[in-house]
Design a protein around this ligand. Structure first.
Ligand code: SF4
Length: 191
């Protein structure tokens, strides 16, 4: 029987080509899932930003109720509005343990030196919120001989919250503004 060498060569070539194709297929990467997992779990940031963020979420407010607005401030700290969500766990009674003064209510000239003294006793950096029309500008009592027409005449104010009285949501909004301000005032600036 005559051997058809051409056919044998052809079959061999086909076999080799098939094998080549199979071996050139890319080998799947067993660590493919890792990249996706890393994307979901690793967050790149800077130490400065983390420190600023932590600082903005850990202010210690000073309980400073001067008149009727104080009840809205107290309501903000109670369970319904729960100001703890913003990192303000406990209102402080001592200025030495506080860095945020929330002046809620009417400030009289008689009380003004005490407010200034308490402000001076707070450690730096510190912030002040004027809560309510009376604290912002004297409110209804602006023309009165006994009322300070705005606490900014006594201490520097960072955030003004209008209203008579402002609701707890208003105070929470003001607190958010203070947090934004703290974030902008980065610790980088103190180096
Ligand atoms: S702003 Fe209105 S609620 Fe607040 S202390 Fe003044 S009068 Fe009272």
């Amino acid at each position: 029987m005559e051997i058809d060498r051409y056919k044998i060569d052809l079959a061999e070539t086909e076999r080799i080509e098939k094998l080549m194709k199979k071996s050139q297929r890319p080998i799947p990467d067993p660590d493919d899932w890792l990249e996706e997992e890393l994307k979901r779990n690793i967050l790149l940031t800077t130490v400065d930003y983390v420190a600023d963020w932590a600082r903005s979420r850990s202010t210690f407010p000073l309980m400073f109720g001067l008149a009727c607005c104080a009840f809205e401030m107290i309501g903000t700290a109670a369970s319904r509005f729960d100001v703890t969500r913003y990192g303000m766990d406990i209102f402080r009674w001592s200025p030495r343990q506080a860095d945020l003064m929330i002046c809620a209510g009417t400030l009289t000239w008689k009380m003004a030196p005490a407010v200034r003294m308490i402000y001076d006793q707070m450690p730096e950096p510190k912030w002040v919120i004027a809560m309510g029309a009376c604290a912002v500008s004297g409110g209804t009592f602006r023309e009165s001989y006994s009322v300070v027409p705005g606490i900014n005449r006594i201490v520097p104010v960072d955030v003004y919250i209008p209203g008579c009285p402002p609701r707890p949501e208003g105070l929470i909004y003001g607190i958010n503004k203070i947090q934004q301000k703290i974030l902008k005032d980065s610790i980088k600036n103190y180096q």
